[in-house]
Design a protein around this ligand. Structure first.
Ligand code: MG
Length: 273
């Protein structure tokens, strides 16, 4: 185990990207309190050919509940999926969660979803659906505040898809996100950085040091947001140009790191009776 005394502080470390896993002592009871934000696809579960085809490890819902408890509620899943799609895979979640890249926002224990963005115009959905139909039936995934077109099975359609997406983004003032085998058009305000900043402004997150774990380019908004809040991004997968300061090599490594945090004694357990 790394000796914390020989390791740079979070602020020092965040100043330059390092190809290292984040030490679990970041979340140890003696350290400053952290808030933990986790992406879902490619971070907690392996990416599948079809969004509905991901395999959820049987112990994942319990791990999520333990982490939130261990961090006294300073924990949230922040995903590009809609909250409905996320809960269809994980079951009902009591923890804090943001869906649709932050367009949907829900504190822990609440069933009331707050919208951080305006709904996507229907014409955008119609335009991209027609394009997908005309190009071999690309998979279209409509969400409340964005629309994703997956080209994993039709890589030859990418150039035309990008052109169509850029034109549509300009016409409707949308944000274009190019993720892993997917192009997404999103309403302004629905980005993971906005969701993280919103959580960090409210209890129990306020005042903690935020860590965001994610794999995709859509997570860079959140990596940048946590850096400005004295926290750090943790990239999952191969090293690339990134705002993240740490790296975990795979979904399996993420699970091992999270299990180490969940297994640590809580500050309450450590305090004298
Ligand atoms: Mg991801």
């Amino acid at each position: 185990m790394t000796d914390p005394r020989e390791t740079p502080s979070l602020a020092e470390h965040a100043a330059f990207p390092r190809d290292l896993p984040p030490p679990p002592f970041l979340a140890a009871p003696a350290a400053e309190p952290i808030a933990l934000f986790l992406d879902f696809d490619g971070t907690l579960v392996e990416i599948a050919d079809h969004p509905d085809g991901v395999a959820v490890p049987p112990d994942l819902p319990a791990l999520i509940a333990r982490l939130s408890e261990r961090l006294e509620g300073r924990f949230a899943v922040v995903t590009g999926r809609s909250l409905d799609a996320l809960e269809a895979l994980l079951g009902p979640l009591d923890v804090a969660v943001a869906g649709s890249h932050g367009g949907e926002f829900r504190p822990a224990g609440s069933r009331d979803v707050e919208a951080l963005a305006q709904p996507l115009p229907e014409e955008v959905t119609a335009r991209l659906s027609a394009f997908a139909e005309a190009h071999g039936g690309l998979l279209v995934e409509p969400k409340p505040f964005s629309i994703a077109v997956h080209y994993r099975r039709h890589p030859e359609a990418l150039a035309a898809l990008l052109a169509c997406a850029e034109e549509t983004a300009a016409a409707f003032a949308l944000k274009l996100k190019h993720g892993k085998q997917v192009i997404e058009l999103a309403m302004p305000g629905s980005d993971k950085g906005s969701a993280v900043r919103r959580f960090m402004a409210m209890p129990p997150f306020a005042g903690a040091t935020p860590l965001f774990v994610g794999d995709d380019v859509t997570d860079e908004d959140a990596f940048a947001a946590v850096s400005t809040l004295s926290g750090s991004g943790i990239l999952v997968g191969p090293l690339r140009q990134t705002h993240a300061a740490w790296r975990l090599g795979s979904v399996a490594e993420v699970h091992r790191w999270l299990a180490a945090i969940a297994d640590m004694n809580s500050p309450k357990e450590n305090s004298p009776a």
